[in-house]
Design a protein around this ligand. Structure first.
Ligand code: ADP
Ligand code: GLC
Length: 474
């Protein structure tokens, strides 16, 4: 099968979150199954720096800035296609914002054209493959395919329904889609229009990244205004759990760690813990529960709920905290303040640091993910493999990947789960974790249970390929 992924991020070239991890590993897993797989990404400076790439052809379009298609390779035999369009993509900052974090005012133009190119490439291909578009940035690709009456299967994956790419009617006139698509049953959304809705309306199949999230987004609480449409397309909506790329995330081979280890040599994890404590300035005590956080700091992730319980437990000297993250200014400030007030017990690094993320998974005892909603979540799965017990809220992919320790299931449990999105529920669950940590044999058993889980990509890669076949891809 010929598969073209269209996405705004791909690890290791450009990453702001889990989307990049998925697009960096699902395609390779599909190649391993014998398929021909390409990934189209915009040529941001970070992507261009990974070149030189092979020039394919001029892909300029009337009314759009000049563009070239470049070709390279990603790990695992995946073809990398780069849309080299300097006017749109040669900009500092993140893929979506300037260096101050302000969204580029022409994001709708940038990503509309990106989707257009994705649709065009999939049509140019004479092998009848499938176009697989990810998140709102690629949401117009299925719409352009439909507008061209192209005989191509398309699959759209929701990684996060909260980000929709919503714009006003005046801007719609600029993106070259048919006027008749602008309607209630098309791209229109409460008087505006939305990239994400386009992906949901015009793709042949819709997926999201865990079975639980696939059910949750059918409700008003989680659907962000699109639950009605998703219910209408319910039969085409599938929850396929993300995987973990164990070539990148495995303590047995992780070069970022002071000391590698696996389930059998778990005791060696203590070396990585001590190294992490020293590196971030925590007291080098071996027997205090060290809770790690590697996360965007947004409302979604729920860290506002964690502040109060963490503060109380730090004051009691009941745990240590190491946090790496960035996002909302008030949360950044609140956690930085916590670190100032509890030196030696709490260390906070505001920013994005891939290497440090690995060291936290390797060195912490537990990883905290208190999300209000979580389409899949990858860090709890990384925690599982690193023997770093996830403490998570029961939602989305967190509910699908962690088994709560209830005091009786030590043979099967892999972490700690709380239900209510409240500081009280989180406080109670941190208390349960602290209690279990006081029993080293129990803790080791729970860690090993998690390390022996297999969340590799093969299962998901097969599930997507089966789905493509059902929507007519060859
Ligand atoms: P989301 O995509 O919603 O942010 P995921 O759990 O799916 O959540 O993926 C987050 C990814 O981003 C993981 O690979 C995680 O390690 C990484 N990450 C998040 N914040 C940081 C950070 N500040 N520094 C380094 N890596 C981070
Ligand atoms: C989104 C979601 C996250 C998911 C990731 C990859 O960023 O917030 O839960 O793991 O996409 O699918």
């Amino acid at each position: 099968m010929r598969i073209l992924h269209v996405a705004a991020e791909v690890h290791p070239l450009i990453k702001t979150g889990g989307l990049a991890d998925v697009v960096g590993s699902l395609p390779a897993a599909q190649v391993a199954l014998g398929h021909e797989v390409s990934v189209l990404v915009p040529g941001y400076p970070a992507v261009m720096a990974a070149g030189p790439f092979e020039f394919q052809y001029d892909i300029s379009n009337p009314g759009e800035p000049p563009a070239r298609l470049l070709r390279g390779e990603l790990a695992g035999g995946v073809e990398l296609l780069v849309l080299d369009q300097p006017y749109y993509f040669e900009r500092p900052g993140s893929p979506y914002t300037d260096e101050q974090g302000n969204g580029w005012p022409d994001n709708y133009r940038r990503f509309a054209h990106f989707g257009y190119v994705g649709a065009r490439l999939s049509q140019l291909d004479d092998r009848g493959g499938v176009l697989h578009a990810h998140d709102w940035h690629a949401g117009l690709a299925p719409a352009y395919l439909r507008a061209a009456l192209a005989d191509r299967a398309s699959c759209f994956t929701i990684h996060n329904i909260a980000y929709q790419g919503r714009y006003s009617v005046a801007e719609y006139a600029e993106v070259g889609l048919p006027g008749e698509f602008y309607g209630y049953d098309g791209i229109e959304f409460h008087g505006d229009w939305s990239f994400l809705k386009a992906g949901l309306v015009y793709s042949d199949a819709i997926t999201t990244v865990s079975p639980t999230y696939a059910r949750e987004i059918l409700t008003p609480e989680f659907g962000f205004g699109l639950d009605g449409l998703l219910n209408y397309r319910r039969r085409d909506l599938h929850g396929i759990l993300n995987g973990v790329d164990y070539t990148v995330w495995d303590p047995a081979s992780d070069a970022a760690l002071e000391q590698t280890y696996d389930a059998k040599t778990l005791k060696r994890k203590a070396v990585s813990k001590a190294a992490l404590q020293t590196a971030v300035g925590l007291d080098p005590v071996p027997d205090r529960l060290l809770v790690g956080v590697v996360s965007r700091l947004t409302v979604q992730k729920g860290f506002d709920l964690a502040l109060e319980p963490l503060e109380a437990l730090l004051a009691d000297d009941a745990l240590q905290l190491v946090l790496l993250g960035s996002g909302a200014g008030d949360l950044e400030a609140a956690f930085s303040d916590l670190a100032r007030r509890f030196p030696g017990r709490c260390a906070v690094q505001i920013g994005y640091d891939e290497l440090q993320a690995h060291r936290i998974f390797g060195g912490a005892d537990a990883i905290l993910v208190p999300s209000r909603f979580e389409p899949c979540g990858l860090t709890q799965m990384y925690g599982l493999r690193y023997g770093t017990l996830p403490i998570v809220r029961r939602t989305g992919g967190l509910a699908d990947t962690v088994t709560d320790y209830n005091g009786k299931n030590r043979a099967a449990a892999t972490g700690f789960i709380f239900g209510a999105a409240s500081a009280t529920a989180l406080r109670r669950t941190l208390g349960r974790a602290i209690k279990a940590y006081a029993e080293p044999a129990l803790w080791r058993k729970l860690a090993q249970n998690g390390m022996r889980q297999d969340f590799g990509w093969e299962r998901a890669a097969r599930a997507y390929v089966d789905l493509y076949a059902r929507i007519g891809a060859e």
